[in-house]
Design a binder for this molecule. Structure first.
Ligand code: DON
Length: 310
């Protein structure tokens, strides 16, 4: 197929900028409520590093839950398969901040991408560190995989969530009561809120995900970020759990491993071919970017990219 990706990405950005129905910007983190819902960005970075961008692809946004992909990668590097004693690997079928399931399953979160699971993952990164060091380790890792030292943490977003994240406080305390949190909830949450407040543009995010499209290899530094088996497993979890209770619908429509965040970003991986980041702040009713998913659906259909393609 002779693909003009520049034209395709441009067409998608143009279509998305004109759409009236854009979903609702997350407001439970007050700082995110200020973001302009008309923003839309897309970056497609091919395995060889060639990049095609459209719309607001160079504007930084709050990656929120997309950070969970990077902390999971780090935690698996640190504790290996022992992580799976504390977190499951099944789709939750419940909202990302649900408490109900956690009670039924005795403090073991369903997967590392719902909030409870991500808080446990972050707790493992805190082991042996002060919170500031753990935050630094996470930021350094994201900068390393993206090969970009300008990536930063938006302190205003971190403060905003620290002041209002009562549900996460409840989840963390609940897991602590079950013995599934090794640190004081406020310490683990301090790190978690900062990782969620990492700000990146679509171009930077696509670059940061490229190791997952390259079967675990670092795109520029040589060597590996993770083994190929681990890269495949992280992609598998993104496909099955990356969009919470919207994961089935997303896999049906797009057919690619992907992780969403309430900032309106989505990172999607086409194994062997590309890393894609889209951003549109308006969310659907399960908290995933409405136009981000639609843009990826358009892109996947036009390119034929799918993990189910022969
Ligand atoms: O913990 C929270 O609620 C947010 N920092 C992240 C949630 C999130 O991004 C869910 N994604 N769709």
């Amino acid at each position: 197929m002779n693909l003009d990706l520049d034209a395709l990405v441009g067409d998608i950005a143009a279509e998305m900028s004109e759409r009236e129905e854009r979903g609702a910007v997350a407001s439970y983190i007050p700082q995110l409520a200020h973001v302009d819902p008309r923003r839309f960005g897309i970056a497609v970075m091919l395995a060889d590093g060639t990049t095609h961008v459209g719309g607001d692809a160079d504007e930084a946004f709050s990656i929120q839950s997309i950070s969970k992909v990077f902390t999971l990668t780090l935690a698996l590097g640190k504790v290996g398969d022992a992580l799976w004693r504390r977190v499951g690997r099944e789709p939750s079928g419940n909202p990302f901040n649900s408490i109900v399931q956690l009670e039924a399953e005795k403090g073991i979160p369903r997967n590392p991408f719902i909030n409870a699971g991500a808080i446990v993952v972050t707790d493992t990164l805190l082991g042996g560190h002060a919170p500031k060091e753990a935050i630094g380790e996470i930021l350094r890792f994201v900068r390393h995989v993206a090969d970009d030292d300008t990536i930063f943490i938006d302190k205003a977003v971190a403060r905003s969530e620290t002041a209002t994240g009562h549900r996460n406080v409840a989840l963390a305390n609940y897991m602590h009561a079950f013995g599934n949190l090794e640190h004081a909830p406020e310490l683990t949450l301090g790190v978690y809120f900062h990782q969620c407040a990492i700000a990146m543009s679509c171009r930077q995010l696509a670059a940061a995900g490229r190791f997952l499209a390259l079967d675990g290899r670092h795109p520029t530094a040589g060597g590996r970020v993770v083994s190929s088996e681990r890269a495949r497993r992280i992609n598998a979890l993104m496909l099955t759990c990356g969009h919470y209770d919207g994961s089935g619908d997303f896999a049906f429509r797009v057919g690619l491993p992907a992780k969403s965040g309430v900032g309106g970003g989505i990172l999607a991986i086409v194994p062997g071919k590309a890393s894609i980041a889209v951003w549109s702040p308006g969310l659907n009713r399960v908290g995933n970017s409405m136009l981000g998913a639609l843009a990826l659906e358009r892109l996947a259909r036009a390119t034929g990219w799918s993990v189910f393609a022969p």
